[in-house]
Design a protein around this ligand. Sequence first.
Ligand code: NOJ
Length: 559
Amino acid sequence: MEQTWWKEAVVYQIYPRSFQDSNGDGIGDIPGIIQRLPHLKDLGVDVVWLSPVYQSPNDDNGYDISDYQAILPEYGTMKDVEAMIEKAHELGLKIMMDLVVNHTSDEHRWFEESRKSKDNPYRDYYIWKDPVNGKEPNNWASDFGGKAWEYDETTGQYYLHIFSKKQPDLNWDNPNVRQEIYDIMNWWLDKGVDGFRMDVINLISKDAAFPDDPSVNYGKHSSSMEMVANGPNVHHYLKEMNEKVLSKADIITVGETPGVSTEDAICYTGFNSDELQMVFQFEHAVIDDSKEGLGKWSNERFDLVELKRILSKWQVELHNKAWNSLYWNNHDRPRVVSRFGDDSAEYRELSAKMLAVTMHFMQGTPYIFQGEEIGMTNVAFDQITDYRDIDTLNAYHDLVEEQKRLTPKVMMEFVHHSSRDNARTPMQWENTNQAGFTTGESWLGVNPNYTKINVAAAKEDPESIFYFYKKINQLRKEYPIIIYGDYELLNAEDSEVFAYIRNYKDQQLVVINNFTDQTVSRDFAIPADAKALIANYDTDLGTTLRPYESKAYLLRKEG
Ligand code: NOJ
């Protein structure tokens, strides 16, 4: 397999709004990021993925862009971004920008033109349709609740919006749209950025027949996203993007791709695909979705055997064909330690470390979401009015207020479990008012546990989660087996322990993780001369695995 820097890299995601405020307005900003770059250097990551900082009315916190070549003033200026790129490069860090081009904001100049008249030159930049029998052109549901079509009085047509009605979908079948986007991408590459994370990039090509969604159910806050996933021309468009932009520079690319199978992923990222390098698959990220058909709105606990099956399938089926992205967290998901581990005082640190080993010792490029490196947890605000996320607020409105399917109490439990704001509470830097995030009033509440869980405390404790992540990042640089070794799951049906092996040349790595708060016993026949690479307890009891115990051994293979 070809060895490349982006396979060996570790990526760190910054959600700028919540990372570091520098001017006391309660909103994170670019100068704040610059100030904190040394933290990332210290952690030992290589690439910083920045969630959107472009001009935006912020209907969906920047995932609704009104100008791709301007910076939202509350984040700073273009000069600040240039300074950030320069400072990052000085430190040996690369910058990956978020590229949100399935849709724009309705306040983007293109859309403002487009909605003016049917013969406006920008009309075909978006997807406009006549009413059918006086109603929407089809039954599609928006991912954020309600219908995916919005009627526009001026011209008497509907436009498509898979996300909020302030996020109209672009028409990628229009070559002018595609060229505009490639120009914007090249413009950013000229500014020195090192790659792109592409928002829902597999939704860009819509079936021209716009067929009804057979499983739509507005009553259940359903989404028709799958109807537009992996559409007819998506590979054609990505190959074109690759030819006109991506292939011209040595950059890192990852596409966010809901609803992809391993076969789809190989089409997008196969070593000879000439499209992308990696995708974010969603299978493990939706593992605990509601069994009642309410999407993410549930408080169900995941099933370990199923998690192992999914992650192992991705490991095995992509091996030698394509490259995995490895992630537990991002700005759309609850905190990993609360969701897959145990965020109680007793087990938070142990389980956060165990989860880090489980994910980072697989084959692929790991992505760490801000705060994960100190074991930040979910938050449980009392009132729905404490939440800011459009998806959470819309779901509460639909399920509680409008359809009365859930009581406020049950819905708040689901919000505490699944809301995107769990990931978006401000970064906890120190034990001061507002966690050192801002001197003003934070745009979203700080998790009250910042007094204990913060970067300053973690840096003072040599046993902290922070140093554990740092060690994993160092091991990755020292042991190519962690990056390039193949993968084999052990004991698929074991519902308590997630163990696997990696093989590379004459080496073998055995990775053992107890996912329970119980002491269990498992014999993996580890030879006495095996080298212990990492562990989250400071003694080794052999076949006895204590609660959330995690360890990895390096073995020399016989023969
Ligand atoms: C996926 C992004 O990660 C999410 O935050 C956003 O709301 C949607 N795409 C729409 O852009």
